[in-house]
Design a protein. Structure first.
Length: 224
């Protein structure tokens, strides 16, 4: 449930913040300031007298927590962005660690590329890894959470890896080509797990037995 604020009969908040209807929406929204920033969230509830009473009661408890210093933004807004949760957690005096089921692969990778991969001294490594991410990893895993990335899912991913273009388009990739794709994938998984203190099974632990046979001559660079 979104945080809501107590209203008087005129529709004005008795305490900091207010409930309002946004233009074009029939849902009740809450708008207030917390740690100096504006917070605006939908309650998901229609504007009815019963819902306003329900939200008001919920608000009273949350406002008490804010006043006595026990309010936790991440608990009040489980659906808020990871950035919002981390921002308020830091000011509440604790370090926010998202759970695997709440972190999308594509969102983590977007930050990881800027803060980790971009710092690599090897431009060739940056090029090859970005190529693997853009052509292979993001199209398949981008919309999945880390909780959804497990050994079986990686097995399925490897099984559908085919050449994307050229005369051999549609043919299965070689073992060395697949390994080149998995190298940055392993690095991303390892860094995400380490950074967030996740204790998850290694999704790559069975992958060797699902790779094709070794070819006589491995390609020098990753190609698509």
């Amino acid at each position: 449930m979104s945080t809501v604020l107590n209203l008087d009969e005129a529709g004005v908040s008795v305490r900091a913040g207010r409930i309002a209807l946004n233009k074009g929406s029939k849902k009740l929204y809450v708008k207030f300031y917390y740690h100096g920033v504006r917070v605006e969230k939908s309650s998901g509830l229609d504007d009815t007298p019963k819902n306003r009473v329900t939200l008001q009661k919920w608000l009273d408890a949350q406002m008490d927590k804010i006043e006595n210093g026990t309010f936790v933004f991440a608990e009040a807004f489980p659906g808020a962005s990871e950035e919002e949760k981390a921002f308020h957690a830091a000011r509440e005096g604790w370090e926010y660690r998202p759970e695997p089921h709440s972190v999308l692969f594509e969102n983590y990778v977007a930050t990881w590329r800027k803060t980790i991969l971009a710092c690599s001294k090897s431009l060739r490594k940056q090029y090859d890894w970005n190529l693997a991410i853009d052509y292979w990893l993001l199209p398949y895993f981008g919309g999945k959470t880390f909780h959804q990335i497990h050994a079986v899912e990686i097995q399925k991913f490897v099984g559908q890896l085919n050449r994307l273009k050229g005369k051999r388009k549609g043919e299965a990739l070689s073992r060395s080509r697949i390994n080149n794709i998995l190298i940055p994938f392993r690095a991303i998984w390892s860094d995400a797990s380490e950074e967030n203190h996740w204790d998850l099974p290694d999704p790559f632990r069975f992958i060797k037995k699902h790779l094709p046979m070794d070819e006589k001559k491995a390609p020098r660079r990753l190609k698509v």
